[in-house]
Design a protein around this ligand. Structure first.
Ligand code: HPA
Ligand code: ZN
Length: 352
């Protein structure tokens, strides 16, 4: 995948990246040594090779292959080396410094606090590590970030609510004395039989705190149209989510794409994530049709190190190549991310 100078130089905003999905094999190896953790790989090369395996999102449909983890199993297994505040800081600084090299000027990364607290890592280590990186990256690389705390939807709702209460002093919005790390909540992990409305109480709590709301509606999942219906029309006391992460399935249901257009809900698409399991001639015309219907979308990376090291620029390159967009249309896509982001108007001027 060759990145053209035009794509490399485009000023970018990234709105769909899981910070834990940016952990490189080399940082994972380094943190394992630092924390005296034995990884189930005999060498760094073996660890690296494990990332090349294409992992299935839907084992319930396609069966499991012995020894090959699902995508989310690999993602959460990677988290195990993250133990101390410094580990979370190093992870976030690695991503944010890479942003500077990709001309990503502003990002809204997701973090899964429950992926760490359920392993016994103190919430303060996670939150203070990311907070320090947020401040240092802004100062050192001029890469600004506002973060999104995700509920793990396949864990009990009450655990998500407890995580929110624990993280709340690190929130922005209207939280008194909040430290300003995260300004939104999201919904991630396995969507299988876990519709958005289960988390209505959490979204309403966050909204009352002045935070923004987004949620994953992963492409091609079971009940995906029903989940999108909840995300567009039902959550937040019927007001709907402010953005939807993925949401590509709306293209084939008129009431859904019309709902997105009418309510001005943008989609954060991650084309390479879908391209891993969707033919080129199916996927890219679908993205094009969504735009032609007037749905606002932006282009993002999701979990780049677990997705063949394809970062936001690789995702943009794929759309440039396979959707047949001209440069002006690519600039429009980059601008969409600025429109869809939750930076203040003053911040937007300094970003773009
Ligand atoms: N889907 C759902 N949740 C996630 C993903 C994903 O691809 N990556 C990290 N959290
Ligand atoms: Zn995602």
């Amino acid at each position: 995948l060759v990145i053209s100078p035009f794509i490399a130089n485009l000023p970018k905003v990234e709105l769909h990246v899981h910070i834990e999905g940016t952990l490189t094999p080399s940082l994972r190896w380094e943190l394992a040594l630092r924390n005296k953790i034995t990884l189930p790989y005999g060498s760094f090369d073996e660890l690296k090779a494990s990332y090349a395996v294409t992992l299935n999102h839907r084992p319930e449909l396609n069966g499991r292959q012995p020894g090959i983890p699902t995508f989310l199993e690999a993602y959460f297994a990677g988290c195990d080396v993250l133990r101390t505040e410094n580990d979370f800081y190093d992870l976030a600084m690695a991503y944010l410094s890479r942003c500077a090299t990709m001309n990503v000027r502003y990002a809204e990364p997701f973090f899964d606090i429950q992926a760490h607290t359920r392993r016994g890592v103190p919430a303060t280590a996670v939150l203070d590590g990311y907070l320090r990186a947020q401040r240092d990256a802004a100062a050192q690389f001029n890469v600004k970030s506002q973060w999104i705390m995700c509920f793990l939807r396949d864990e009990p709702v009450k655990d998500g609510l407890a995580a929110y209460h624990e993280a709340r002093p690190w929130a922005a919005g209207a939280v008194k004395g909040g430290k300003g790390l995260f300004h939104a909540v999201g919904l991630a992990s396995n969507a299988y039989e876990r519709p958005p409305m289960l988390f209505e109480e959490g979204f309403n709590l966050a909204r009352a705190d002045g935070l923004h709301i987004t949620m994953h509606c992963d492409f091609g999942q079971k009940d995906t149209h029903a989940h999108m219906n909840e995300a567009i029309f039902q959550v937040c006391e019927g007001k709907g989510s402010e953005r939807i992460d993925h949401g590509l399935d709306a293209e084939d249901r008129e009431e859904l794409w019309r709902g997105l257009v009418e309510r001005q809900i943008g989609l954060t698409l991650c084309p390479h994530a879908y391209h891993r399991r969707t033919p080129t001639e199916v996927l890219f015309p679908k993205i094009r049709r969504l735009l032609e219907k007037g749905v606002k979308v932006c282009i993002n990376s999701d979990d780049p190190t677990l997705m063949h090291d394809v970062w936001i620029e690789g995702n943009m390159q794929k759309v440039f190549t396979h959707c047949g967009f001209n440069k002006a249309e690519m600039v429009k896509l980059a601008r969409n991310a600025v429109d869809m982001c939750w930076a203040s108007d003053d911040e937007k001027v300094s970003i773009y």
